[in-house]
Design a protein around this ligand. Sequence first.
Ligand code: NAP
Length: 251
Amino acid sequence: MSRSRVLLVTGGSRGIGAAIARKAAHAGFDVAVNYVEDAAAAEAVASDVRAAGRRAIIVKGDVSDEDAVAAMFRIVDGELGRLTDLVNNAGTTGRSSRLDEASPAVIRRCIDINVTGAILAAREAVLRMAPRHGGDGGVIVNISSVASRLGSGGDYVWYAASKGAIDTLTIGLAKELAADGIRVNAVSPGLIDTEIHEKSSHDAARVERYRPLIPMGRIGRAEEVADAVLFLLSNAASYVTGANLTVGGGR
Ligand code: NAP
């Protein structure tokens, strides 16, 4: 792909998604920043993208809502042009607990956002990237988690299961889309310093609780995850598809 790159980051307003959007701007991508609630945070990220000399828009939309996802991609089409890159980053854990203490609504919401949302967004992306739909290839990076292989017992097994689905989606889509010139990879962060632990898990103390289990002895930064994502988006990863890169300090 020699034309300019147009990247949509779901959940790009805060945390890991915001770091990806900011670094992508410096790497030359125009960026659509998706969010649901925090418009001010999304606008701050977009403003930083513009300051880096790239185009940016913010697109409100719940990734678990198929109509909202379709509308979001149409806005990107109209304002930034044909999408070349997608980072499926939007995610939630739900309140941390044993499974028998979790509410069905929390479990369903997590699966709806993390799994259905990522699949719906990937579908819309393929409709823009695949040559059979007039596209010229592209790159999809799915944000998974080390939880998919650790299982998160006693913490949020439904979240871990949702990330297992993301790993499988990555393997299957990479094979399905390889001949279309679309690479699909995953990044699996370990424990990263974002608001997800406090706002989504309602368990800010878990960060300190799990720190001793991290071989490198520290929590990761969102920017360290973003660097791995930017590698997979870049042409330096031109022969990498179906891969899953752990960014977990050895965990
Ligand atoms: P975060 O700080 O809580 O940020 C979540 C982002 O997702 C926000 O921008 C939020 O936007 C957006 N979002 C939430 N629900 C959404 C929805 N239904 N539709 C669209 N956007 C939505 O989380 P994070 O820690 O950066 O996590 C990002 C990704 O990394 C997630 O997939 C998470 O599972 C994964 N991950 C995180 C860690 C970690 O330790 N932090 C570890 C492994 C994997 P609004 O607030 O504006 O709604």
